[in-house]
Design a protein around this ligand. Structure first.
Ligand code: SAH
Length: 217
């Protein structure tokens, strides 16, 4: 991914490269899928995204991912991006919130993060409070810890959720897949005056950002 220019050397690269993807799979998954560059089903209609998508979104948000920044990850799933975000922003007093609506995934993501934190002082400290996972509808964001310098959404929204744009700090950036069958990864930026601009990065395919009942059908 580095050679292909998907991600460049720097703090987000270091954070992703030091996060072992094997910690973020259910026990029942075969070992050989853990390091494949492909999404993999983790149950409850969810997947762990492909490593190249983790690299793309971290790279897209990299200018905002600095020590002390506040980050929201909607549809945090396995928790793998929470580990990467925390390693970069928490040392400077930052905050990382994951919002996931499947209670079992909230629980397993916390267990995954605890495994990933073994021998990692920064992630261990972050799990003491700076990094948290909330069980709720991510379409509403998480107002109590807003505003956020960076928001990532790991599931495709039919339209841009207004609450997420509202919860962006001035100067903040939101990266979100938007669309139903045809989806595009969108980058939405709010300038210092609160003006919002968005642009399409490229076509993607994500599970939907939807109602819990609909997802579990
Ligand atoms: N980046 C995550 C992606 C997980 S898949 C990873 O690589 O592990 C997308 C996640 O979004 C799923 O876990 C799904 O349960 C969650 N999701 C879908 N709709 C949601 C909603 N309305 N609120 C919160 N989470 C949602």
């Amino acid at each position: 991914m580095l050679a292909a220019g998907l991600i460049s050397r720097g703090p987000v690269y270091d954070a992703l490269a030091s996060t072992d993807r094997a910690h973020f799979f259910p026990e029942s998954c075969p070992d050989e899928v853990q390091y494949q560059d492909a999404p993999y089903p983790i149950g409850y209609g969810a997947t762990i995204s492909a490593p190249h998508m983790h690299a793309h979104v971290l790279e897209a948000l990299s200018a905002k991912l600095v020590p002390g920044a506040r980050v929201l990850d909607v549809g945090s799933g396995t928790g793998i991006l929470l580990a990467a975000f925390s390693k970069v922003v928490c040392p400077g007093g930052g905050k990382v919130v994951g919002v996931e609506h499947v209670p079992e995934l909230v629980r397993s993501s916390l267990a995954n993060l605890a495994k990933a934190a073994v021998g990692d002082a920064v992630l261990t400290a972050a799990l003491g409070g700076a990094c948290e996972v909330v069980c709720s509808d991510g379409r509403l964001g998480y107002a109590s810890a807003a505003p956020y310098d960076a928001i990532h959404v790991g599931a495709a929204a039919p339209t841009l959720p207004r609450a997420l744009v509202d919860q962006l700090a001035p100067g903040g950036m939101l990266v979100i897949p938007v669309g139903d069958d045809e989806q595009a990864l969108m980058e939405v930026v709010k300038d210092a005056n609160g003006n919002v601009r968005s642009r399409e990065l490229f076509g993607v395919r994500y599970v939907p950002l939807t109602d819990l009942r609909h997802q579990l059908q």
